[in-house]
Design a protein around this ligand. Structure first.
Ligand code: ZN
Length: 433
């Protein structure tokens, strides 16, 4: 079952760097060739390629055997809200404890990080023989806890509590015997001398393992379902696709949770750089690229809010999203979601043909809702786009909940999307074979 593969992927992906490494392993196993952005590209018809940037974003594509007259993109994100560990991480408390000094990355639900085993994962930049090299690190053991204050010392905690990120949320690392141990521990874990660790991006992660539960095993809970569920499922659909036309592209971007404005985020040139270079390497010019863009389509894939069992009133009056109800097509009038009549119609035609179930999400009219990467990416590469996702509860908790059947629905959706014979005849008219 697809959910088993998802759970293994989540467990092996405690940071965005690990998620991208595991996605590139799937690409390697499926015969894709890694391209370097700094090298000249020689591409073949029928060839399968991928490029990473910062080792935390990846774009994979297949060159069609036939004419390259359109591009079909699934885009999702590799990062999740998390605590990032600062330099000089060790923080002493009255000569009794050693904590790690962290800051928040993205908007998480603070309380879900307390009183549970945590550890550290990310990347370390090490001085090697010839220069600087990157090594991924995952301290694969329970190592830290952010303890709650006892109710006797905070009697009003159940009336609502405002957590302070500097004082309330520091993870406890050890007693004073652990002083000076953290940098050493990280260096050892990557097989380096402490002095040779020149840089790092290290994050906390929850050690609570993914789990399938519910009366009939209908739910799956884990950290990072937003958005690794979409990243994993679209990649599985991508490697499995047999497109009849167009260039299938699977993109997974870092830094969505902090606004995407990094060199490897959706608000960068990464996507257009890769697509244009692919066209140029195939001796196609700018006009061919723009013609293809007009016939192209993107699925911006990021998880969606299921109706909450305790608070159904937070959902829209007529669009009640349910887990295991299939692909969630998201729209908002302010176009924070890219979906519009045309892109919705195109996707519905594809999903209907492939028998993939779908449903619709809209915010309550008096709620602002969230944003994602589709409209940001469209400001760099503009094409018909529809925002979709899978239904989940507790978005940005350290332990989120989704439907076990939906992973398979997203794999089927991505596969059907890549395989669809999609052509823009003229503005507003689309052929779907
Ligand atoms: Zn997301």
């Amino acid at each position: 079952m697809a959910v088993k593969g998802l759970m293994d992927f989540l467990k092996a992906s405690p940071s965005a760097f690990h998620a991208i490494e595991n996605l590139t392993k799937i690409l390697d196993e499926n015969g894709f060739t890694r391209l370097r952005e700094s090298a000249k590209w020689e591409l073949q018809k029928g060839g399968k390629y991928y490029v990473t940037r910062n080792l935390s974003s990846v774009i994979a594509f297949t060159v069609p055997e036939g004419s390259l007259d359109s591009i079909r993109i699934c885009a999702s994100h590799s990062d999740s809200p998390v605590f990032k560990i600062k330099e000089n991480a060790e923080l002493e408390v009255r000569g009794k404890y050693v904590q790690l000094n962290t800051e928040r990355y993205g908007g998480m639900i603070f309380s879900t990080w307390l009183d549970r085993p945590l550890s550290v994962a990310g990347r370390v930049l090490v001085k090697g023989e010839k220069g600087i090299e990157t090594r991924l690190v995952n301290i694969d053991k329970d190592m830290l806890v952010i303890p709650n204050v006892a109710i006797h010392m905070n009697r009003t905690v159940n009336d609502g509590y405002k957590f302070n990120a500097q004082t309330d949320l520091m993870p406890l690392y050890g007693d004073m015997r652990s002083k000076g141990a953290f940098r050493k521990q990280i260096a050892e874990a990557v097989g380096a001398e402490e002095k040779d660790v020149l840089g790092s991006d290290l994050f906390l992660y929850s050690r609570v393992a993914p789990s399938v539960w519910g009366a009939n095993g209908e739910f799956v809970s884990a950290g990072r379902l937003d958005d690794l569920e979409c990243a994993y499922a679209t990649m599985m659909g991508f490697v499995d696709a047999k497109p009849v036309n167009g260039m299938p592209v699977c993109a997974v971007f870092d830094n969505e949770e902090v606004g995407s404005t990094t060199k490897q985020g959706a608000d960068s040139s990464f996507l257009t750089d890769v697509l244009k270079r692919a066209f140029y390497a195939l001796n196609l010019d700018e006009e061919a690229f723009m013609r293809a863009a007009a016939s192209s389509m993107m699925l911006s894939c990021d998880n969606a809010h299921a109706m909450h069992p305790n608070h159904p009133e937070f959902s829209d009056a007529t669009n009640n999203v349910q887990m295991n109800g299939g692909i969630v097509i998201k729209e908002s009038a302010n176009q924070k979601y890219t979906s519009d009549g045309a892109s919705k119609a195109m996707l519905r035609a594809i999903l209907d043909k492939a028998n993939v179930p779908y449903q619709f999400f809209a915010n309550r009219s008096d709620m602002l809702g969230g944003g994602t990467l589709g409209n940001i990416s469209n400001s760099h590469f503009s094409l018909n786009t529809v925002d979709i996702g899978l239904a989940q509860l507790a978005m940005h908790s350290s332990y989120e909940t989704a439907g076990t059947e939906d992973v398979g629905h997203m794999i089927n959706c991505a596969r059907a999307f890549y395989n669809a014979d999609l052509k823009c005849v003229t503005d507003g008219q689309y052929d779907i074979g």
